[in-house]
Each structure stands twice: as C-alpha cells, then as structure tokens.
Design a protein around this ligand. Sequence first.
Ligand SMILES: [Fe+2]
Length: 362
Amino acid sequence: VLLRPAYLDETVIGDSLPWDLYTSSGVLVATAGTEIADREHYLKLVNRPLFYRTEETQEEPNPASRVSHLARELHDLLADPSQPGLGELLANAADELISIVQFDPDACLGLLRILPMQSPAVRHCLLSAAISQGLAEQAGLAEAEQTSLAAAALTMNIAEMRLHDDLARGLAGYTDEQREAIRQHPLRSAELLRESGVDDSSWLDIVEQHHELMDGSGYPRRLTGAEITLPARILRVADYYVAKITGRYYRPPASPGQALKHAFGNDRSKLDSQVAVVLMRRMGIYPPGTLVRLENRETAAVTRHSDHKGNIRHVVSFLDHRGNAMECPSDRDIGNKVFAIRGVTQPELNWPEVDWPRLWGY
Ligand SMILES: [Fe+2]
C-alpha cells in the first residue's frame, strides 16, 4: 500500500471527501465521506500535506522528477544557444514549467528552491518563472500571455548566463566591461532569441523590459510605469524577489520576510505595487522551500501554503535535534510551542543527504 499526495481544491466545499486522508507519516486525518461544510473547515484540513492510500503502482506524473528533468534540460539549452530549433525547445520547456506549477505549485516552488542544481543562474530563471506564473494567474493574464511570460522568465538572461553564474559565485569582479554587459543583457538576450527563431513579440518584449523599473531608474531604456508591459512588471517583481531570497556572493540570502520588507520599503517606488501585494499574499513570510529551526532543535521544511494569506500551520521535520536525518520525516504543528519556529535557516555543508522530494510526498 502506497501513500500518494491528495490534492483537494475548493470544489470539495459543500461536498464529501473521496478518500480517507492521512498525514505523510500515515496518521488518519479524516475518513472518506466526511462532509466539508464550509471554507473554514476546508482550510483547516488542507493546511498540511495530505495523502491517500492506494494499491496502484503505475507511474503517475511526479513533479519532483519533472522538476529535476526540466532543470537539466534548461541548463543544456541555455548553455548552447546556437543549437537548431532552440526557440521551440525553450517554448516547450515553458509549457512544461507551467504544467508542473499547475499540478503542484507548492512542491514546484519548494523543490526549485532546495534541490541541488549545477548553475545558480539556471535556478534563478526557473524560480522566477514559477513565481511569475503564480502572479500571472492571479493577475488574470490570458493563457497565451502566461506562456510568453514563462518563456521570457526562463530565457531573460540567455546572453549572459555564464556571467550571471560567475557573479553569483563571486568569481567575477564588477569591472566596467561586466557592468556594461549587465546593462545590455536584456537587449542582447532578446536579439539572441530572435536569431534562434523566436517570433513571439510578447516574449521578446518581456525579455527586453525585464529590468525596467516603475520610477524610470531601470535599464536599458529607462521606461516608466505603464510604458512597461504588465507581464514585464510581473517578471521584474519575481526576479527581484528571487535575487533577494537566494542572495549573492557579497550578501547572504535574505529571509522571505526580509525580502518583502525591502519590496515594500526602500524599493517600493521601483516595483508595480499591485503585483507586489499579490506576491506578498502568495508567499507570506514562509513560502514552500523555506527551511526553519524549531524550538525542539529539529530542522524542518515549509512544504505547503496553508491559507490564502500565505500563513502556515505545519512544517515537515527532516533533521532531528542532533542534526541526523530522520528516518521518517514528520509533520509538526508550529502552533504547539514545542515545535514553534525559532528562525529561518539555510542548507549547510555538513548536513546528511536529505531526500527532498519525500518531504512533499513524492
Ligand atoms: Fe536579467
């Protein structure tokens, strides 16, 4: 018997549960046939990862392996922009990303944040694309525009991937030449995509505009406000946020809460404020993939958004109080003071190997 992730959307409100539901460790939470009376009841139920039991072993779409596969594929595509058919391959990668986000947004975001990846620059694009997709759905962008946006997010820095990697790793100083390459990368990336057969003008516009800022202090054209298209403003907010929460060699990653403080503080006039509000609601201060230390000294991962304000109630512990990998990752209710969150943490080199997909039930 296997435990499989159970996805309950809001249509179950007013209806009854199709399965017995369990926690990741196999504790029964609710039985099949339970009536979900109202939204409150629904939110209480779905604020933790839920699973159902199945005998089936057939291959199901597994977001964890799809995320890893997509990351490797994108790495190869961006490393060799001269390959034939690049534009179409990149468009397919964008479709795949949207499909994973729609299948399991929390696992997609969380795994993109913490799965090991070769290139920080590739991780950056994938994360920006996943977050943009969530914002685009909320902003009501048409489906075709969502596809263009995802493709733009994956390819926004295609002309300077190596430089982005070197900067992220601290291998490149900030010479005048590098500074100029950075300034030109939106235009050069769009140019490279055009040469690779991309003719979607929305995709190309978004790439060209992804560093423009609302107050006109961006680059390369110093556009302001509504001169910047909505999808480009969405990508700017996502790109900004991802840069903050992943850090740079010269500054450690900000916690997701600190990143929002910057977005609504010093950088307020640079970002589209409506988009930033949607970001805040979706991410909260503990978005999926955030690692936390608990009062009982365990280390846990945030795996799910639990309500529409991005608040969470449960985390999944994977290292015990001595720092050893737990045999069975366990749900912890952070409302219980034994498991209260002490602070946000980052993966450390001396950690044992962690089976990250398992924290999301894959
Ligand atoms: Fe960029």
